[in-house]
Design a protein around this ligand. Structure first.
Ligand code: 2PG
Ligand code: MG
Length: 379
Protein backbone atom coordinates (compact mmCIF):
# COMPACT_ATOMS: atom_id res chain seq x y z
CA UNK A 1 0.00 0.00 0.00
CA UNK A 2 1.25 3.45 -0.78
CA UNK A 3 -0.09 6.97 -0.40
CA UNK A 4 0.31 9.17 -3.44
CA UNK A 5 0.02 12.23 -1.22
CA UNK A 6 0.26 13.00 2.47
CA UNK A 7 -0.58 16.33 4.03
CA UNK A 8 -0.97 17.77 7.49
CA UNK A 9 -3.33 20.36 8.95
CA UNK A 10 -4.16 21.95 12.28
CA UNK A 11 -7.57 21.05 13.72
CA UNK A 12 -9.23 21.49 17.12
CA UNK A 13 -9.47 18.90 19.83
CA UNK A 14 -12.42 18.74 22.23
CA UNK A 15 -10.74 21.21 24.61
CA UNK A 16 -10.49 23.62 21.67
CA UNK A 17 -6.71 23.26 21.71
CA UNK A 18 -4.92 22.82 18.41
CA UNK A 19 -3.88 19.37 17.35
CA UNK A 20 -2.65 17.82 14.10
CA UNK A 21 -4.41 15.76 11.50
CA UNK A 22 -2.54 13.88 8.76
CA UNK A 23 -4.42 13.05 5.58
CA UNK A 24 -3.40 10.40 3.09
CA UNK A 25 -4.68 10.13 -0.48
CA UNK A 26 -4.37 7.03 -2.67
CA UNK A 27 -6.28 5.29 -5.44
CA UNK A 28 -8.86 3.84 -3.03
CA UNK A 29 -9.70 7.17 -1.38
CA UNK A 30 -8.65 9.46 1.48
CA UNK A 31 -8.07 8.67 5.15
CA UNK A 32 -7.24 10.89 8.12
CA UNK A 33 -5.42 10.40 11.41
CA UNK A 34 -5.59 12.89 14.27
CA UNK A 35 -4.19 12.79 17.80
CA UNK A 36 -5.75 13.46 21.21
CA UNK A 37 -4.00 15.01 24.24
CA UNK A 38 -4.07 14.37 27.97
CA UNK A 39 -4.53 16.87 30.79
CA UNK A 40 -3.40 14.65 33.64
CA UNK A 41 -0.71 13.24 31.33
CA UNK A 42 1.81 10.82 32.84
CA UNK A 43 5.42 12.00 33.04
CA UNK A 44 6.63 8.78 31.38
CA UNK A 45 4.54 9.26 28.22
CA UNK A 46 6.27 9.88 24.89
CA UNK A 47 6.86 13.53 24.05
CA UNK A 48 4.09 15.51 22.40
CA UNK A 49 5.59 18.43 20.46
CA UNK A 50 3.88 21.79 19.84
CA UNK A 51 1.75 21.80 16.71
CA UNK A 52 3.88 24.25 14.68
CA UNK A 53 7.04 22.27 15.34
CA UNK A 54 5.26 19.08 14.32
CA UNK A 55 4.21 20.68 11.05
CA UNK A 56 7.81 21.68 10.29
CA UNK A 57 9.02 18.14 11.13
CA UNK A 58 6.34 16.62 8.91
CA UNK A 59 7.45 18.67 5.92
CA UNK A 60 10.98 17.34 6.37
CA UNK A 61 10.10 13.68 6.79
CA UNK A 62 7.05 13.22 4.56
CA UNK A 63 9.25 12.17 1.59
CA UNK A 64 10.08 9.01 3.50
CA UNK A 65 6.40 8.02 3.52
CA UNK A 66 4.84 9.63 0.43
CA UNK A 67 4.89 7.51 -2.72
CA UNK A 68 6.66 4.70 -0.86
CA UNK A 69 5.25 1.16 -0.92
CA UNK A 70 4.81 -0.35 2.58
CA UNK A 71 3.90 -3.96 3.11
CA UNK A 72 2.76 -3.72 6.73
CA UNK A 73 1.95 -1.28 9.50
CA UNK A 74 4.91 -2.61 11.51
CA UNK A 75 7.17 -1.48 8.68
CA UNK A 76 5.74 2.05 8.90
CA UNK A 77 6.03 2.13 12.69
CA UNK A 78 9.62 0.82 12.67
CA UNK A 79 10.56 3.52 10.20
CA UNK A 80 9.06 6.13 12.55
CA UNK A 81 11.25 4.80 15.37
CA UNK A 82 14.28 4.68 13.11
CA UNK A 83 13.82 8.29 11.91
CA UNK A 84 13.28 9.52 15.47
CA UNK A 85 16.06 7.50 17.08
CA UNK A 86 15.07 8.26 20.68
CA UNK A 87 13.24 6.23 23.34
CA UNK A 88 10.38 8.69 23.69
CA UNK A 89 9.86 10.24 20.24
CA UNK A 90 11.44 13.46 21.45
CA UNK A 91 12.80 14.31 17.97
CA UNK A 92 9.71 13.99 15.78
CA UNK A 93 7.05 13.99 18.52
CA UNK A 94 4.86 11.09 19.60
CA UNK A 95 1.88 13.06 18.31
CA UNK A 96 3.28 13.18 14.79
CA UNK A 97 4.27 9.50 14.97
CA UNK A 98 0.76 8.45 15.99
CA UNK A 99 -0.98 10.59 13.35
CA UNK A 100 1.17 8.87 10.68
CA UNK A 101 0.65 5.44 12.23
CA UNK A 102 -3.14 5.98 12.31
CA UNK A 103 -3.34 7.20 8.73
CA UNK A 104 -1.46 4.10 7.54
CA UNK A 105 -3.60 1.79 9.68
CA UNK A 106 -6.68 3.26 8.01
CA UNK A 107 -4.98 3.10 4.61
CA UNK A 108 -4.18 -0.61 4.99
CA UNK A 109 -7.76 -1.30 6.06
CA UNK A 110 -9.29 0.67 3.20
CA UNK A 111 -6.93 -0.96 0.75
CA UNK A 112 -8.41 -4.31 1.69
CA UNK A 113 -11.96 -2.95 1.75
CA UNK A 114 -12.19 -3.49 5.50
CA UNK A 115 -13.13 -1.37 8.46
CA UNK A 116 -10.28 -0.81 10.93
CA UNK A 117 -11.65 -3.24 13.55
CA UNK A 118 -11.97 -5.93 10.86
CA UNK A 119 -8.49 -5.26 9.56
CA UNK A 120 -7.15 -5.75 13.09
CA UNK A 121 -9.07 -9.02 13.33
CA UNK A 122 -11.28 -8.28 16.34
CA UNK A 123 -14.73 -9.73 16.86
CA UNK A 124 -15.45 -9.20 20.55
CA UNK A 125 -17.14 -6.07 21.90
CA UNK A 126 -15.73 -4.46 25.04
CA UNK A 127 -17.86 -3.41 27.99
CA UNK A 128 -18.25 0.36 28.16
CA UNK A 129 -16.62 1.97 31.21
CA UNK A 130 -18.04 5.45 31.12
CA UNK A 131 -17.08 8.63 32.92
CA UNK A 132 -20.22 10.15 34.39
CA UNK A 133 -18.87 12.67 36.94
CA UNK A 134 -15.72 14.28 38.26
CA UNK A 135 -13.23 17.05 37.87
CA UNK A 136 -9.57 17.80 37.28
CA UNK A 137 -6.86 18.97 39.63
CA UNK A 138 -6.38 19.07 43.36
CA UNK A 139 -9.73 20.66 44.09
CA UNK A 140 -11.39 17.27 43.61
CA UNK A 141 -10.49 14.20 45.70
CA UNK A 142 -10.95 11.85 42.77
CA UNK A 143 -10.71 12.72 39.08
CA UNK A 144 -13.38 10.48 37.59
CA UNK A 145 -16.42 8.46 38.62
CA UNK A 146 -17.20 5.76 36.09
CA UNK A 147 -19.89 3.13 35.64
CA UNK A 148 -19.89 -0.15 33.75
CA UNK A 149 -22.18 -3.17 33.37
CA UNK A 150 -21.67 -6.33 35.43
CA UNK A 151 -22.73 -8.51 32.53
CA UNK A 152 -23.35 -7.49 28.95
CA UNK A 153 -26.11 -8.67 26.62
CA UNK A 154 -25.21 -6.19 23.92
CA UNK A 155 -23.00 -3.12 23.96
CA UNK A 156 -25.87 -0.98 22.67
CA UNK A 157 -28.02 -2.04 25.65
CA UNK A 158 -25.14 -1.28 28.04
CA UNK A 159 -24.56 2.16 26.52
CA UNK A 160 -28.25 3.07 26.67
CA UNK A 161 -28.47 1.95 30.28
CA UNK A 162 -25.42 4.03 31.26
CA UNK A 163 -26.80 7.06 29.37
CA UNK A 164 -30.07 6.78 31.27
CA UNK A 165 -28.21 6.79 34.60
CA UNK A 166 -26.10 9.73 33.42
CA UNK A 167 -29.22 11.79 32.64
CA UNK A 168 -30.73 10.82 35.99
CA UNK A 169 -27.52 11.84 37.77
CA UNK A 170 -27.75 15.35 36.34
CA UNK A 171 -31.10 15.80 38.06
CA UNK A 172 -29.91 14.22 41.29
CA UNK A 173 -26.76 16.34 41.55
CA UNK A 174 -28.90 19.44 41.06
CA UNK A 175 -30.96 18.44 44.06
CA UNK A 176 -27.97 17.92 46.38
CA UNK A 177 -25.70 20.73 45.15
CA UNK A 178 -27.41 24.09 44.70
CA UNK A 179 -24.38 25.51 42.88
CA UNK A 180 -24.50 22.72 40.27
CA UNK A 181 -25.99 24.02 37.05
CA UNK A 182 -25.64 21.03 34.72
CA UNK A 183 -22.01 22.02 34.12
CA UNK A 184 -19.67 19.52 32.46
CA UNK A 185 -15.93 18.90 32.60
CA UNK A 186 -13.35 18.19 29.85
CA UNK A 187 -14.82 14.76 29.19
CA UNK A 188 -18.41 15.98 29.17
CA UNK A 189 -19.10 14.28 32.50
CA UNK A 190 -20.99 16.16 35.24
CA UNK A 191 -18.65 18.60 37.00
CA UNK A 192 -20.02 18.40 40.50
CA UNK A 193 -18.56 20.04 43.61
CA UNK A 194 -19.48 17.50 46.27
CA UNK A 195 -17.10 15.33 48.26
CA UNK A 196 -16.32 11.79 47.12
CA UNK A 197 -18.61 10.09 49.62
CA UNK A 198 -21.57 12.23 48.66
CA UNK A 199 -21.00 11.72 44.93
CA UNK A 200 -20.68 7.97 45.44
CA UNK A 201 -23.82 7.85 47.58
CA UNK A 202 -25.76 9.58 44.81
CA UNK A 203 -24.33 7.35 42.06
CA UNK A 204 -25.09 4.23 44.15
CA UNK A 205 -28.71 5.36 44.40
CA UNK A 206 -28.91 6.02 40.66
CA UNK A 207 -27.57 2.58 39.67
CA UNK A 208 -29.60 0.57 42.21
CA UNK A 209 -31.00 -2.61 40.68
CA UNK A 210 -29.60 -1.82 37.24
CA UNK A 211 -26.70 -4.30 37.11
CA UNK A 212 -24.09 -1.52 36.99
CA UNK A 213 -20.88 -1.17 38.99
CA UNK A 214 -18.92 1.95 39.99
CA UNK A 215 -15.32 2.59 38.97
CA UNK A 216 -12.89 5.36 39.94
CA UNK A 217 -9.97 7.05 38.26
CA UNK A 218 -8.12 8.59 41.20
CA UNK A 219 -5.44 10.07 38.86
CA UNK A 220 -3.29 10.11 41.99
CA UNK A 221 -0.17 11.67 40.41
CA UNK A 222 -2.16 14.86 39.94
CA UNK A 223 -3.18 14.81 43.59
CA UNK A 224 0.27 13.95 44.98
CA UNK A 225 2.46 16.79 46.23
CA UNK A 226 5.40 14.58 47.22
CA UNK A 227 4.06 14.05 50.74
CA UNK A 228 0.28 13.94 50.68
CA UNK A 229 -2.67 13.19 48.43
CA UNK A 230 -4.94 16.25 48.65
CA UNK A 231 -3.92 16.74 52.27
CA UNK A 232 -4.14 13.05 53.24
CA UNK A 233 -0.97 11.19 54.28
CA UNK A 234 -0.12 8.09 52.21
CA UNK A 235 -1.57 5.89 54.91
CA UNK A 236 -4.75 7.95 55.22
CA UNK A 237 -5.14 7.97 51.43
CA UNK A 238 -4.76 4.18 51.29
CA UNK A 239 -7.39 3.71 54.01
CA UNK A 240 -9.67 6.30 52.39
CA UNK A 241 -9.66 4.36 49.11
CA UNK A 242 -10.03 1.01 50.80
CA UNK A 243 -13.12 2.22 52.67
CA UNK A 244 -14.70 3.70 49.55
CA UNK A 245 -14.17 0.43 47.66
CA UNK A 246 -15.80 -1.58 50.43
CA UNK A 247 -18.69 0.75 51.17
CA UNK A 248 -19.72 1.39 47.55
CA UNK A 249 -18.85 -1.98 46.02
CA UNK A 250 -16.37 -0.31 43.65
CA UNK A 251 -15.07 -2.75 41.03
CA UNK A 252 -12.43 -0.68 39.23
CA UNK A 253 -9.76 1.68 40.60
CA UNK A 254 -7.38 3.41 38.20
CA UNK A 255 -4.15 5.08 39.34
CA UNK A 256 -4.86 4.88 43.08
CA UNK A 257 -1.26 5.96 43.82
CA UNK A 258 1.29 8.13 42.06
CA UNK A 259 2.99 7.06 38.85
CA UNK A 260 6.22 5.67 40.38
CA UNK A 261 4.74 3.82 43.32
CA UNK A 262 4.80 0.24 41.98
CA UNK A 263 4.95 -1.11 45.57
CA UNK A 264 1.81 0.46 47.01
CA UNK A 265 -0.05 -0.48 43.83
CA UNK A 266 1.04 -4.09 44.52
CA UNK A 267 -0.12 -3.98 48.12
CA UNK A 268 -3.50 -2.57 47.09
CA UNK A 269 -3.95 -5.10 44.25
CA UNK A 270 -3.21 -7.96 46.62
CA UNK A 271 -5.55 -6.68 49.30
CA UNK A 272 -8.43 -5.66 47.03
CA UNK A 273 -8.61 -9.11 45.38
CA UNK A 274 -11.74 -8.89 43.20
CA UNK A 275 -11.21 -5.22 42.29
CA UNK A 276 -9.66 -4.28 38.96
CA UNK A 277 -6.63 -2.18 39.90
CA UNK A 278 -5.57 -0.39 36.75
CA UNK A 279 -2.35 1.38 35.78
CA UNK A 280 -2.61 4.46 33.57
CA UNK A 281 0.13 7.00 34.40
CA UNK A 282 1.95 4.11 36.07
CA UNK A 283 2.34 2.16 32.81
CA UNK A 284 1.78 4.71 30.00
CA UNK A 285 1.10 1.89 27.49
CA UNK A 286 4.81 1.03 27.70
CA UNK A 287 5.94 -2.62 27.72
CA UNK A 288 9.03 -1.82 29.79
CA UNK A 289 6.96 -0.28 32.56
CA UNK A 290 4.53 -3.18 32.25
CA UNK A 291 7.45 -5.58 32.83
CA UNK A 292 8.24 -3.76 36.08
CA UNK A 293 4.57 -3.91 37.09
CA UNK A 294 4.46 -7.64 36.32
CA UNK A 295 7.57 -8.29 38.37
CA UNK A 296 6.06 -6.40 41.31
CA UNK A 297 2.50 -7.70 40.75
CA UNK A 298 1.43 -4.06 40.85
CA UNK A 299 -1.76 -4.28 38.77
CA UNK A 300 -4.30 -6.75 37.42
CA UNK A 301 -5.61 -4.33 34.76
CA UNK A 302 -3.96 -2.00 32.26
CA UNK A 303 -5.10 1.20 30.59
CA UNK A 304 -4.28 1.52 26.89
CA UNK A 305 -3.82 4.97 25.35
CA UNK A 306 -2.09 4.88 21.95
CA UNK A 307 -0.80 8.45 22.20
CA UNK A 308 1.08 7.60 25.41
CA UNK A 309 3.40 5.40 23.33
CA UNK A 310 3.22 6.87 19.80
CA UNK A 311 2.43 4.04 17.37
CA UNK A 312 -0.28 1.46 16.77
CA UNK A 313 2.29 -1.38 16.68
CA UNK A 314 3.60 -0.43 20.15
CA UNK A 315 0.02 -0.29 21.40
CA UNK A 316 -0.67 -3.77 20.02
CA UNK A 317 2.51 -5.14 21.64
CA UNK A 318 1.43 -3.71 25.00
CA UNK A 319 -2.07 -5.23 24.79
CA UNK A 320 -0.63 -8.61 23.76
CA UNK A 321 1.78 -8.65 26.66
CA UNK A 322 -0.91 -7.68 29.17
CA UNK A 323 -3.25 -10.40 27.88
CA UNK A 324 -0.48 -12.99 27.88
CA UNK A 325 -0.09 -12.39 31.61
CA UNK A 326 -3.80 -12.59 32.29
CA UNK A 327 -4.35 -8.88 32.91
CA UNK A 328 -7.57 -7.10 31.96
CA UNK A 329 -7.27 -4.45 29.26
CA UNK A 330 -9.05 -1.09 28.93
CA UNK A 331 -8.78 1.01 25.76
CA UNK A 332 -9.13 4.64 26.79
CA UNK A 333 -9.87 8.08 25.39
CA UNK A 334 -7.98 11.22 26.50
CA UNK A 335 -9.44 14.34 28.07
CA UNK A 336 -8.59 16.27 24.91
CA UNK A 337 -10.11 13.96 22.28
CA UNK A 338 -10.43 14.30 18.53
CA UNK A 339 -13.61 14.03 16.48
CA UNK A 340 -12.43 10.65 15.22
CA UNK A 341 -13.80 7.27 16.37
CA UNK A 342 -10.57 5.31 15.79
CA UNK A 343 -10.38 4.25 19.47
CA UNK A 344 -13.73 2.44 19.13
CA UNK A 345 -12.15 0.39 16.32
CA UNK A 346 -9.03 -0.25 18.38
CA UNK A 347 -11.06 -1.45 21.37
CA UNK A 348 -12.88 -4.00 19.20
CA UNK A 349 -9.93 -4.67 16.89
CA UNK A 350 -7.63 -5.51 19.81
CA UNK A 351 -10.46 -7.11 21.79
CA UNK A 352 -9.85 -5.19 24.98
CA UNK A 353 -12.13 -6.06 27.88
CA UNK A 354 -13.35 -2.48 28.41
CA UNK A 355 -13.63 0.80 26.49
CA UNK A 356 -13.18 3.79 28.79
CA UNK A 357 -15.05 6.52 26.94
CA UNK A 358 -17.14 9.54 27.91
CA UNK A 359 -20.94 9.46 28.10
CA UNK A 360 -22.19 12.70 26.57
CA UNK A 361 -21.46 15.63 24.27
CA UNK A 362 -18.81 15.07 21.59
CA UNK A 363 -17.90 11.80 23.36
CA UNK A 364 -20.93 10.01 21.89
CA UNK A 365 -19.05 9.80 18.58
CA UNK A 366 -17.10 6.85 20.01
CA UNK A 367 -20.08 5.18 21.69
CA UNK A 368 -22.17 5.41 18.54
CA UNK A 369 -19.36 3.84 16.53
CA UNK A 370 -19.30 0.91 18.98
CA UNK A 371 -23.04 0.48 18.38
CA UNK A 372 -22.48 0.39 14.60
CA UNK A 373 -19.59 -2.06 14.94
CA UNK A 374 -21.72 -4.36 17.08
CA UNK A 375 -24.46 -4.31 14.44
CA UNK A 376 -21.94 -5.24 11.77
CA UNK A 377 -20.43 -8.06 13.83
CA UNK A 378 -23.77 -9.53 14.88
CA UNK A 379 -25.15 -9.12 11.36
C1 2PG B 1 -7.16 9.71 32.46
C2 2PG B 1 -7.59 10.56 31.31
C3 2PG B 1 -8.76 10.17 30.54
P1 2PG B 1 -6.09 12.49 30.53
O1 2PG B 1 -6.55 10.20 33.42
O2 2PG B 1 -7.39 8.53 32.43
O3 2PG B 1 -9.89 9.90 31.28
O4 2PG B 1 -7.30 11.86 31.40
O5 2PG B 1 -6.40 12.27 29.10
O6 2PG B 1 -6.12 13.92 30.94
O7 2PG B 1 -4.84 11.79 30.96
MG1 MG C 1 -6.35 7.94 34.24
Amino acid sequence: MKFERLKIRKVLNTKSNLTIEVEGKFNKGRVRGSVPAGTSAGKHEVVSLPVDRVIRKFKLLKKKFEGVEFSSLEEVDSLLHEIDGTENFSKIGGNLALAISYVFLKGFALNEGLEVFEYLGGKKLPKPLCNVAGGWGKESEIQEYLIYPKVQRSIAASIFKIAEVYRQLGKMFKKYDKTFNMGKNYESAWAVRLDAKKILTIISKAIEGKGLVIGLDVAASDRWDGKTYVGRSEKEHYTFLKRLVKRFGIGYVEDPFHEDDFETFAKFTKEMKRVMVCGDDLLVTNVKRLETALKNKSVNTVLVKPNQIGTVSDTIAFVKMAKKHGLKTVLSHRSGETDDAIIAHLAVGLETDYAKFGTSGERVVKLNELIRIEEKIKG
